[in-house]
Ligand binder design. Structure first.
Ligand SMILES: [Zn+2]
Length: 448
């Protein structure tokens, strides 16, 4: 009897290419029609993007050790240890969104890892803009089906904010961005390395790692959309939820209500004033009423600022509102509802600004890719793969909104994203690499 379990399954995958192909072929039979639909039309050409800085594929070594050096424990240079070593280097190269130089150093490290682990591709470092770091684009292959692997290198953690910087205890690894989403970057490296080891049979892959996802993707959105249009499928390297991939994400909106009143002395002549605090308080229940739990729409009055001193009738108040929607129709309804707010005190003025930052990723865009991933997971011998819809947005929202099939949450298993104790389950790394690698094989060699 062969060994069971994800690690054993992964070793078999690496050792027996023929076994793997035959297994996936069996799983793939039912998907031929599906894939035909996915790849039935040739990709449109990419839209122009900023001129890249092309870096050579072989770069001088840097950092604490060679790629693949063991963190500790057995199995140096192969299997899980090889990728945990890469993960440690990536996590130690801190990359807060608001430090473009730090993100650039992290870009350089990924370029180095790609050159070492997946030779034969072309890495470009695309210059950053508006105070953000550069984006990394790596391509390999020509002709045939094309898949975009999408991720980000920035984290929500400022330098030194996460302590200790990197810690490994048995199967648990913690550090800034280890789960969201440097683990996902390493999973992509592992999947691409497996494909390289198999001789890169066919198809085209682009890996795009951006520098500003955690701050709204303002400088990368056009690039992400242009790349998505040039590929038939997008696999997003954001963390899993439990073990589940993400098939839907709510659209995310940020609005601001500004109330303009009139200042007056609170003791001498309050009647001359228009109290902005009273007005904003009256508006809050109306705003909250725009939520619709049955449709999955949330409307959250979140940040309130008002007033100057207790003896002054407040002249101004601002309220920041978080909106999450599952569908474009709901986004339009809530936007119209906010725009229609009318003052309770006719002497007060109301202004609503803002809008939807990320359109909803509707589940139908993920369905064909989820079927592929579920079949690959079944072939790996683990429990059935599940897909979930979540409230948080990602760059997958942009690509799905263009109508490009998008599956998200193919990154790491772990927890506490954006929170103290962010961690990654190192024991699950091999199976996640195998899952992503299997998806690439199915999508790039549909006839194999
Ligand atoms: Zn993320």
């Amino acid at each position: 009897m062969p060994e069971r379990g994800p690690l054993a399954a992964f070793s078999r995958l690496l050792l027996s290419e023929r076994w793997r192909r035959s297994l996936l072929r069996q799983e793939a039979r039912g998907m031929v029609l599906l894939l035909g639909r996915l790849f039935g039309t040739p990709p449109p050409p990419a839209e122009p993007v900023p001129p890249p800085v092309v870096t050579p594929d072989v770069r001088p070594g840097r950092g604490p050790g060679p790629v693949g050096a063991a963190v500790s424990g057995p199995d140096p240079g192969t299997g899980a240890e090889r990728w945990l070593a890469a993960l440690e280097r990536l996590v130690r190269e801190e990359s807060p969104s608001d430090d473009p130089q730090a993100v650039a150093r992290c870009c350089g490290l990924v370029a180095e890892l790609l050159a070492a682990e997946v030779p034969g591709g072309v890495t470009e470092i695309l210059p950053g803009a508006a105070g953000r770091g550069p984006h990394l684009r790596w391509r390999r292959g020509s002709g045939g089906p094309a898949v975009l692997l999408l991720g980000h290198l920035d984290t929500v953690w400022g330098h030194g904010a996460f302590q200790p910087l990197f810690e490994r205890r048995e199967g648990r690894v913690s550090g800034p961005g280890v789960f969201d989403m440097k683990g996902g970057v390493v999973i992509a490296l592992g999947a691409l390395a497996a494909r390289h080891a198999a001789g890169w049979p066919s198809g085209r892959v682009t890996l795009l790692l951006t520098s500003d996802e955690e701050v709204g993707s303002e400088t990368s959105r056009a690039l992400i959309e242009a790349e998505a249009r040039a590929h038939q499928a997008v696999l997003v390297l954001e963390p899993a939820l439990g073990s589940s991939v993400k098939v839907g994400r709510k659209g995310v909106g940020e609005f601001r209500l500004t109330v303009t009143g009139r200042a007056a002395h609170a003791g001498l002549e309050p009647e001359r004033g228009v109290n902005a605090v009273e007005e904003v308080a009256a508006q809050i229940p109306r705003i909250s009423a725009l939520a619709d739990p049955a449709s999955g729409t949330t409307v959250t009055p979140a940040v309130l600022q008002a007033g100057t001193r207790t003896n002054v009738v407040p002249a101004q108040a601002t309220l920041d509102i978080d909106v999450r929607v599952r569908t474009t129709a709901e986004a339009e309804r809530v936007t119209a509802g906010l725009a229609a707010l009318a003052p309770v005190n006719a002497r007060a003025g109301l202004t609503v600004t803002g809008g939807l930052n990320r359109p909803p990723m509707e589940a139908e865009q993920a369905a064909p890719l989820f079927a592929v991933a579920a079949a690959v997971a079944a072939g790996l011998g683990g429990p059935p793969l599940t897909g979930v819809e979540v409230g948080g947005g990602s760059d997958g929202n942009f690509t799905a909104a263009l109508g490009i099939p998008t599956l998200d949450g193919l990154g790491a298993v772990g927890g506490n994203a954006h929170a103290d104790g962010e961690w990654l389950d190192a024991t699950r790394l091999p199976e996640r690499i195998a899952l992503l690698g299997g998806c690439l094989d199915q999508l790039l060699d549909p006839g194999a």
